[in-house]
Design a protein around this ligand. Structure first.
Ligand SMILES: [Zn+2]
Length: 117
């Protein structure tokens, strides 16, 4: 996949895992992760517990090895690369945070509607 797409994907994972971890766990640590993707160095700052870090690292590894030039959504991928257990755990995080983030932006929209000038 394109480097731009790769960056987008790792940032989405970061966002979702951080929301999940901050709600569910304690002991978050600040970590800087460095990726090498198509000869480009990409740094990503993460704030999460060691358990979530292990899970997101698994997802990062899958992404790094993704063979698709145009990456399909993992859910509809013809060649799924996640092991079943890891897939379930990642899906749980994405579902939870997706709902949470959806609600947050909805709240914001509602607030904007009612905001007085
Ligand atoms: Zn966590």
């Amino acid at each position: 996949m394109e480097t731009v797409k790769f960056k987008e994907e790792i940032n989405t994972l970061k966002k979702f895992f951080e929301v999940y971890c901050n709600e569910k766990h304690m002991d978050q640590e600040n970590i800087t992760k460095t990726f090498f993707y198509k000869n480009e160095e990409i740094k990503l700052h993460l704030n999460m517990c060691p358990e979530c870090l292990a899970k997101i690292n698994y997802s990062f590894d899958r992404l790094l090895e993704c063979p698709h030039d145009i990456k399909p959504r993992c859910r509809t991928c013809p060649t799924p690369c996640y092991e079943k257990k890891q897939w379930k755990e990642a899906a749980k995080v994405m579902r939870y945070s997706g709902m949470k983030l959806g609600l947050l932006s909805l709240n914001k929209k509602i607030r904007n509607i009612f905001k007085r000038n």
